[in-house]
Design a protein around this ligand. Sequence first.
Ligand code: ADP
Ligand code: ADP
Length: 231
Amino acid sequence: IPLIELLDISKTYGSSVEAVKNISLTIQKGEIFGIIGHSGAGKSTLLRCVNLLERPTSGSVKVGDVELTRLSTNQLQKERRRIGMIFQHFNLLSMATVRDNISFPLELAKMPRAAIKQRVDELLKLVGLDQHADKYPAQLSGGQKQRVGIARALANNPDVLLCDEATSALDPQTTNAILSLLMDINQKLGITILLITHEMHVIRSICDRVAVIDGGEIVEMGDVLDVFLKP
Ligand code: ADP
Ligand code: ADP
């Protein structure tokens, strides 16, 4: 079942930087899909087009049954709750505790206070941070910060998790721990994952399918085993 459908997406910055050129891509429900390419290839732009953090210059974005590119800002805000996102540099609020960082999207969604407490406790357990709820981001390791990012992204129970170079700032061992957490989230919670990376081993360790992007275009796409283990 298709969950994300990008149809003929282009994004031009200013009048001449064609970051993404006519990309069409369908991500199936339940898969871990990786987009790999060199720096400047257009990965980040393409990923940000999925939740419309970046407005495509042309083309349509459908998530589930909803065409996001047709929605008003208000309607879009709601639909975005079904799409979580994590970032290379975590993007945590430095003045807020771990608990408050994770609560934030639930407060925006107007969840009652007692329910927020319960949900955040559940999320802290899920990512293994139940002992660190009252710490501030500066008191955490990189891997722990990304765990907070993941908990925050999952707070509203999204269908999709978008990962923007989520392990690129982490050492190899921490990277592996985060990748295995992402696999768990995919398998146990059934959350579809779309990730971008410049690292082949990330694709090899967790992705089902991969697209190779270069110069804003998809140059190769298929099952990871077919694309990378060809003779
Ligand atoms: P990647 O994520 O693969 O490194 P990006 O999507 O960040 O690639 O960038 C693709 C191209 O678009 C690059 O040439 C980059 O300089 C350009 N670009 C990205 N964001 C902007 C922006 N906000 N304004 C202008 N150019 C941008
Ligand atoms: P990454 O490639 O790791 O995603 P970048 O360093 O390319 O990050 O970009 C960081 C930020 O700068 C992004 O918000 C991106 O949109 C913006 N950006 C990237 N390239 C340009 C550019 N040529 N002009 C203006 N903004 C840019």
